[in-house]
Ligand binder design. Sequence first.
Ligand code: NAD
Ligand code: ZN
Length: 695
Amino acid sequence: MNDAPAAPAPLTVLADQAAYAEAVQLAVDAAAAYYGDGTSPLDDDAYDRLVRGIEAYEAAHPGQALPGSPTGKVAGGAVDGDVPHTVPMLSLDNVFSAEDLTRWVAGLERRLGRPVTAWSVEPKLDGLAISARYRNGRLTQLVTRGDGAAGEDVSHAIGTIVGLPGRLTEPVTVEIRGEVMMTAAQFEAACAKRTAHDGTTFANARSAAAGTLRAQDRPYVCELTFFGYGALPLPPGDGSELAGRLRELPHSQIMDLVAAWGVGTAATTPVAGVAVTEVGQIQARIEQIAAARATLPFGIDGIVVKADLAADQAQAGVGSRAPRWAVAYKLPAVEKITKLVGVEWAVGRTGVIAPRAVLEPVEIDGSTVTYATLHNPADITRRGLMLGDSVTVYKAGDVIPRVEAPVVHLRTGDEQPIVFPEACPNCGDAIDTVQERWRCVRGRTCRALASITYAVGRDQLDVETLAESRIVQLLEAGFIADFADLFFLTREQILSLERMGELSTDKLLAALETAKTRPLSRVFCALGVRGTGRSMSRRIARHFGGMEAVLAATAEELQQVEGIGPEKAPVVVAELAELAPLIDKLIKAGVNMTEPGVTVTVATAEDGQPVAGPPLAGMSVVATGTMTGPLADLSRNQVNELIERAGGKASGSVSAKTALLVAGEKAGSKRAKAEDLGVRIVTPEEFADMVEAFL
Ligand SMILES: NC(=O)c1ccc[n+]([C@@H]2O[C@H](COP(=O)([O-])OP(=O)(O)OC[C@H]3O[C@@H](n4cnc5c(N)ncnc54)[C@H](O)[C@@H]3O)[C@@H](O)[C@H]2O)c1
Ligand SMILES: [Zn+2]
């Protein structure tokens, strides 16, 4: 999250009255399903876009608004109930940025004619609003929000909601309001129960909670969680001492009371409500809550900011749809509905065979998601996923996106079962399916040969004399399990191999000594981190300068490296965590972990002026043809390393972005293209002069 002004919210453009009428119908149906049994065909983003489109149409065509329109109504006007609320249960107005919030605060203070004394900042729990009526300390009735004026009696759910005890610690008569939802664990358990029952599952925790709250005839019971966010006198005009206190206490102190009665509140979570006095403090707490979102065991879709004092609230009053003393700071949607188009099976370093979902690309939380984790085969079965399913996909911040569940009510009948592999997709050997995480029976060795061969290859550690057949021998002898073990081989061990003489043993040992001195870019490349080939490894090494810094980098920091986007970054972080023991072993072996000649940050001289950067700073450089002169002995990869050391970006193809072409003999088509585009062309000798300091 940042302080940049929010982009105008996207909306569904409605061309004419017919499109408008259709949109109203879709929105009302979706909202009815959303608040009803949780089976909306739209994700929240799609619904919000639709409603904004409806609002825009109505603004442009006053007088044409349909009475059934969802705008300006609690729950979009799509639900009702027969149990009147004592005091209306309203919705909340939204803000989307720090600027919006500041403006909202100013508006409220203008209305009051004075500053708001204190603010309460709490998580906006992503569930369903409910009113719980306690009489003499006993829970007697549960009512949904409905249309705000009246709700539906769901007292049958009493006893299944953690945080709403049947009996309070004190015999008080009070109405508690709050949110009913499912925690991640409750959602998992609910899905398992439903799958066992009818082979299907819930699309996400919110819809599972909605469906569960209203379900009465299910043969299985699912647990829910309640977090309170308010308490009212019951009945509203009650003259008791408690009623008086509830009318006078600040919201934050009422919440302390609610918790003391034994009701669940956010106070026990990392995103507890806080009371503050400065707008800057509100913003700071919003940022903390937003940052914690991905790690919470329950869903939040924003932060609620309320005037804390009863006097401020009373003076501000309420509108028809929402109170004027509270606002929801909305966070971007982290869950979207898209299609599961395929499942790929990859064998990890430890031999774990993991499924990965291939998705119809979808924009979530500011990035395009095309892959998502599916955990393991048991998880696929548990969720009853099928190829072609519409699925809910979750991604927040830097976490790796995951498929939450199929949206069963969107099935068309064309969905196909997901086929599980019968043999290891890497080596063809058997699969050990005893545990939920399947493994190749060869375990680490399944991928060891390929990964060690890659690590010692020319563009990585370049251990010249180590042929693949030797690596097989070493693996079979049990001398090595990964490439770091190579550096601990003894002379005796190598000599004991078949067809290995003294001379070649010494050669190999010497080659291994040299390999320890390779620059970080090559050592990093040798690790074989998914999605990081040679040039990406060079960029990472140049950016961070040392392995320690690479390992310490967060997904967000990694994204500063060109070519690492929000989808790749968390994968790299996860892979590096998995590789930590191997990297430790390499460090123990004395393998170099730094990138020579790297200036990590833009240096500034004492007078604050930037000092001259490396000669190719910011330039995209292509080398082609046969290198001559001082570059004659360099492989193409080494030339590219040289370009990057000198601050440039090595590229394989000439384009309008190319700043320089190093054209050796027989340069051919790239030279022609560079001439066409007017790209500067130099000979290998001229280039060697330019980067002399880096040779
Ligand atoms: N997918 C769909 O088809 C669909 C349909 C209708 C609505 N929706 C979603 O619902 C949203 C609007 O729903 P809404 O009007 O129910 O809620 P809202 O987002 O306008 O916020 C009001 C609600 O926030 C809840 N809340 C959570 N924490 C709270 C706290 N600490 N203090 C006070 N209230 C708290 C309460 O339940 C309250 O009723 C839309 O933005 C849309 O994304 C989706
Ligand atoms: Zn295998």
